[in-house]
Design a protein around this ligand. Structure first.
Ligand code: SF4
Length: 439
């Protein structure tokens, strides 16, 4: 991936750019992330917006154009893209669908060619599928690859950070809806800040840090009673299903309805993992010093520095909610799924589950699409992890759009989490704004 400071003088695309005149639609992975990601495109003069909110028609269209062998996230994203096609005034030549890709053991790498095939067969072969990857030199992004990648990373970090703030505030709010309102206000602030930010990378970072500081101040004003008695549930699992609230039936909100607080693994964790995998593979190929290696290290370093600066305003609020370094997650996963022997989200889910258990979580929920091998593998190793961490309740929830008993199952699960809470061997660290113990 190209990832270096913005060095160009004009950051807007020209009329000859492959995305000029098109609207790029972003799949809705995460709350606030697609909006921020689309803003990074707009900053470069590319029209962009998230796909419309998923609904029953999403499932209907997804089901019509898939065979049942595909995973559930493929069905949902295909359904959402086809809903764009159904919108009045749709123009194939002016439309592009953003479908990221990755190498690895799962079906995700097939999504982009699969989407192209469906569009061709449905008579919409003119719709462009944007799937930037280092393998094709980011050709889909033309000359904007460098500034886009860096700004998009910053956008995702900001979106993840305010979502983390939302999840740690909402369960304690005393005015229903206040935290959600502040979240949306902060999301709009990030979007506007990105769209209007400078060409210069340092100047852009400065304006985003100011946006994050404003977000922190808003969250601080949410009327709330922070109570140490609420169980904390770690939410891990397959990236799309755990971050797309339509696919997971809004599991986190339902958990909160049972009086729990959720700690969700966000998108940036996956980016950290892919960086670490890239470096591991370069080492394996025996390339101790090479241009690719240098690029991988510089990119990671720049990303980490940007992330640190953007999260800094929330330092005090995130005491006890710190994200572990990738090396720690992989090390904790090692006894169950050693890196290299096992790849992808299953490793992250197991490592993060162990980290959260060790830091006082009262339970772990692993969200997975039905038939996804990540959930199948993690479910097989969780009993061993549960035993190693004092019996912490870990439960896999599978989704394919037909859940009937989610509410009931969560209710039962929360009973287990509450009883584990009474005897757990690992205690949580609380930020200063929580009421003192026993108050
Ligand atoms: S992780 Fe599972 S659900 Fe997600 S793309 Fe891969 S196979 Fe499909």
């Amino acid at each position: 991936m190209s990832f270096f400071p913005h060095r160009h003088s004009s950051h807007k695309i020209g009329a000859d750019h492959p995305l000029s005149g098109k609207v790029v639609y972003i799949p809705t992975m995460g709350e606030g992330s697609p909006e921020a990601f689309a803003a990074a495109f707009r900053w470069l003069g590319v029209q962009s917006q998230p796909t419309p909110p998923s609904d029953e028609r999403t499932r209907e269209l997804g089901g019509k154009y898939t065979t049942g062998d595909e995973c559930y996230p493929a069905k949902v994203t295909v359904g959402d893209f086809l809903r764009v096609i159904e919108q009045p005034g749709f123009d194939a030549e002016r439309t592009a669908f953003f479908m990221p890709t990755a190498e690895g053991p799962c079906r995700f790498g097939q999504y982009a060619p699969f989407l192209r095939k469906i569009l061709r067969e449905a008579g919409y072969g003119d719709v462009k599928v944007v799937s930037p990857t280092s393998r094709n030199g980011y050709v889909d992004l033309g000359g904007i690859a460098n500034p886009f990648m860096r700004t998009a990373w910053r956008a995702l970090v900001c979106a993840d950070t305010i979502h983390r703030a939302l999840l740690k505030t909402r369960p304690y709010e005393t005015t229903p809806g206040a935290a959600d309102r502040i979240f949306l206000e902060s999301q709009a602030d990030i979007v506007k800040t990105i769209e209007n930010s400078c060409v210069d990378a340092a100047c852009q970072l400065g304006s985003l840090v100011e946006s994050m500081t404003r977000a922190r101040e808003r969250f601080r004003r949410v009327p709330a009673l922070y109570d140490r008695e609420l169980p904390l549930i770690g939410v891990v699992g397959e990236i799309f299903c755990r971050l797309n609230t339509f696919s997971n039936e809004d599991l986190i909100r339902k958990l909160e309805g049972y009086g729990a607080e959720a700690c969700l693994s966000h998108i940036t964790e996956w980016v950290g993992y892919t960086n670490s995998e890239e470096k591991r593979k370069l080492h394996l190929r025996g390339r101790k010093i090479s241009l690719s290696m240098l690029k991988a290290y510089v990119r990671s370093h720049i990303q980490e520095a940007d992330e640190e600066a953007l999260i800094k305003p929330f330092e005090e609020e995130f005491v006890g909610y710190e994200e572990p370094p990738m090396e720690e997650i992989l090390e904790l996963a090692w006894p169950y799924l050693p890196t290299g022997g096992a790849l992808g989200e299953m490793v992250l889910s197991v490592g993060k589950a162990a980290y959260l258990a060790k830091h006082g979580a009262d339970g772990i929920i692993d969200i997975s699409p039905f038939t996804c091998m990540n959930g199948i593998v993690t479910e097989a190793v969780y009993p061993k992890l549960c035993k190693a961490y004092g019996g912490i309740p870990i439960r896999n929830f599978y989704f394919d759009g037909t859940q009937a008993d989610l509410d009931r199952d969560l209710g039962i699960y929360m009973e287990l989490a509450r009883s584990y809470r009474e005897k757990k061997p690992f205690q949580r660290r609380f930020p200063a704004y929580f009421a003192p113990a026993g108050a």
